[in-house]
Ligand binder design. Structure first.
Ligand SMILES: Cc1ncc(COP(=O)(O)O)c(C=O)c1O
Length: 426
């Protein structure tokens, strides 16, 4: 006889308090305070100058970040959205171009393409819940210029296939690593495969300063162009007012610069990354080990399990009709589980809810980029059910965050709850 479910009045499987998913955020402490106080004491709040000369925290962060992930250059910005726009612009994406993006990602990955004046083409994900390389191939047209591939919910995309497709069709690749900082694919850090890698330091991310972002690249010219776009004041140039050193160096940009306060917090947070990753991975493994053979559930496959950051556990049920009851039963057991796709519940991570793209909403009536006269070929159209595989996978999946602060006892209780509920409802 299986144990009575908590939702039916039985004892809870998990009796310890739940921990919110702010991996780095919850670890903010003395190291961050020391870094920030140093900035304040020096009155050096701007990366390029202050009342007295000091080394910039933002520059120090860029150097440490590039070294950590093994990239030639890193450029700090104020968010991942700005990192994505900067990378797209630097790669020469613009009017008339199509950019293929995953249909399961935070909406910003898609919005950035529109902000860069190009037209997003939304692709399916496969069972790993990252972009489906087969669908990328189907969606390439002569107007396709780039791919935005998202290492979604902490796991790597199939970078071997993606890079092979990009090479064959001469496409730029921009990696969105917002949710997978420190993740790897076949031993190499995510963000270093494509032309540019983009990261987020928003509060929900693995390491955080509340807001912030980073672009990395191995290409000197792309780095220059990223710098040029992110700081239109051209503070970064050896001589701000000098003539263009090569064609394509100078153009109008924006101000996405990172503040020294953010840089200071991030320097301390970067130092905590490996510990956070090893704890999340330890916790995730501990739970998976206990549920991997459970009847009726299938743990999300991962392109390279070694490179998974371990931020969450996602598993499939065999029918979408089981998800609601399964999740409610898990919550009653004391586990903060969630379903992912439900057409009635808005969620900015699923393309079917991206109304502004589906309805081609734009801030001015001309309808750019969708009406762009430089766009050749068939108009790009959207509908809520255009990527049925994505919706099918997402409607069957259950999601549980895995904070690094969980104890092994917490993990065992989570696994116990999943097994208990699966025995009745899977
Ligand atoms: C996959 C993905 N891309 C991009 C972003 C945007 O990041 P930011 O809030 O730093 O602009 C996020 C943030 O939630 C994200 O999860």
């Amino acid at each position: 006889m299986s144990e009575k479910l908590a939702i039916h009045g039985g004892p809870k499987a998990k009796t310890t308090p739940n921990i919110p998913m702010y991996p780095g955020g919850l670890e903010i402490g003395e190291e961050e305070k020391k870094q920030v106080l140093e900035v304040l004491e020096r009155k050096y709040l701007f990366r390029y100058y202050g009342p007295e000369e000091y080394p910039s925290k933002v520059r120090e962060l860029e150097k440490a970040f590039a070294k950590k992930v093994g990239a030639k250059h890193a450029l700090a910005v104020n968010s991942c959205t700005s990192a994505l726009i900067t990378a797209l612009v630097a790669c020469g994406v613009g009017p008339g171009d199509e950019v293929i993006v995953s249909g399961y990602t935070f909406f910003a990955s898609c919005a950035a393409i529109v902000s860069a004046k190009a037209i997003p083409v939304i692709a399916e994900v496969d069972e790993t819940l990252t972009i489906d390389p087969d669908d990328i191939e189907k969606k390439i047209t002569p107007s396709t210029k780039a791919l935005v591939v998202v290492h979604m919910r902490g796991v790597p995309c199939d970078m071997d296939r993606i890079m092979a497709i990009a090479k064959k069709h001469n496409l730029r690749v921009i990696e969105d690593v917002a949710q997978a900082m420190g993740g790897t694919y076949k031993g190499k850090y995510l963000g270093t495969f494509g032309d540019c890698g983009c990261y987020s330091f928003q509060y929900h991310k693995i390491i955080t300063a509340g807001e912030g972002g980073m672009v990395v690249t191995n290409d000197d010219r792309l780095y220059d162009r990223c710098m040029g776009y992110h700081d239109t004041a051209a503070c970064w140039r050896p001589d701000r007012f000098a003539e263009e050193r090569y064609e394509g160096e100078l153009f109008c940009g924006v101000n996405y610069r990172m503040s020294e306060l953010t840089g200071a917090v991030m320097l301390a947070q970067l130092g905590k990354l490996d510990t956070l990753l090893s704890l999340m991975r330890r916790n995730q493994k501990r739970i998976i080990e206990q549920i991997k053979d459970t009847k009726g559930i299938k743990v999300r496959p991962v392109n390279d399990p070694e490179g998974d950051t371990g931020i969450c556990l996602m598993f499939y049920l065999d029918s979408k009709d089981k998800v609601k009851n399964f999740v409610e039963a898990l919550r009653a057991e004391g586990v903060e589980a969630a379903g992912v796709y439900n057409s009635g519940i808005p969620d900015w991570h699923i393309y079917a809810h991206w109304k502004h793209v589906i309805q081609k909403k734009t801030p001015t009536p001309e309808g750019c980029p969708w009406t762009c006269p430089f766009h050749k070929g068939k108009p790009v159209e959207y509908s809520e059910d255009m990527n049925p595989k994505t919706l099918e996978y997402l409607s069957r999946v259950v999601h549980i965050d895995i904070p690094p602060q969980l104890t092994l006892e917490d993990c065992d209780m989570i696994a116990k709850a999943i097994n208990k509920v699966a025995a009745e409802l899977a």
